[in-house]
Design a binder for this molecule. Structure first.
Ligand code: MN3
Length: 217
């Protein structure tokens, strides 16, 4: 089976009004799906990637300079990770080990949210704001376009926020700051962020690739 569009981990209307079902129809149902389809199409042309996992496809396409495949497969992975970072608003807060790391690194959960907000708003053009684990400490940063922690040292992914315009234009028009603060204050899945402290965040948005049938002459 080729790479699939992963199911959303929540009902499509469960994040409203912070993120509407219509936004998810487009962002997940069309944009994310297009990255899945394009990745599968590009892999079919490359027998060397037969059976490779999504993580392997992202890393190998980067190494070999196949930027078309890198951009599409990295976006497939980034979005698969992003949806898991969100959860319906229930007043969730970081706790346990994560809360301790946040306190050590930023002073308070609100200070971390402010830092993520600043990173998301000031990131020029398309990209992603990230909370990563870097040698045992939390760090906020951002990456451009499809770029992803998968191909960077010292970036164990914990949380991400998509700041491409397609992420907010339906619900917030051009107002990225209002989108970012609304998401960060209400629908962060802190349980998922905390789980990723085990370093396995890469695997949580991974998929196994399909074996391409042997070509017979
Ligand atoms: Mn997106």
């Amino acid at each position: 089976m080729p790479f699939q569009l992963p199911d959303l981990p929540f009902a499509k209307d469960a994040l409203a009004p912070v993120m509407s079902a219509e936004t998810l129809d487009y962002h997940w149902g069309k944009h994310h799906k297009a990255y899945v389809n394009k990745t599968n199409e590009l892999i079919e042309a490359d027998q060397n990637l037969s059976g490779a996992s999504l993580l392997q496809v992202v890393r190998r396409s980067k190494e070999s300079g196949n930027y078309k495949l890198f951009n599409n497969s990295a976006q497939l992975w980034n979005h698969s990770f992003f949806w898991q970072c969100l959860a319906p608003s229930k007043g969730q807060q970081p706790d346990g080990k994560l809360a301790k790391l946040i306190e050590d690194g930023f002073g308070s959960a609100q200070a971390l949210i402010d830092k993520l907000q600043e990173e998301a708003v000031n990131h020029f053009a398309s990209g992603w704001a990230w909370l990563v684990l870097d040698r045992g400490s939390l760090r906020v940063t951002s990456l451009h376009d499809a770029d992803t922690p998968l191909v960077h040292e010292g970036m164990v992914p914990l949380f991400t926020l998509d700041v491409w315009e397609h992420a907010y234009y339906i619900d917030y028009r051009n107002e990225r700051p209002r989108f970012a603060s609304s998401v960060l204050s209400n629908i962060v899945n802190w349980d998922f962020v905390a789980r990723n402290l085990d370093g396995q965040g890469f695997e949580r948005a991974n998929q196994q690739g399909a074996e391409t049938p042997e070509l017979t002459a």
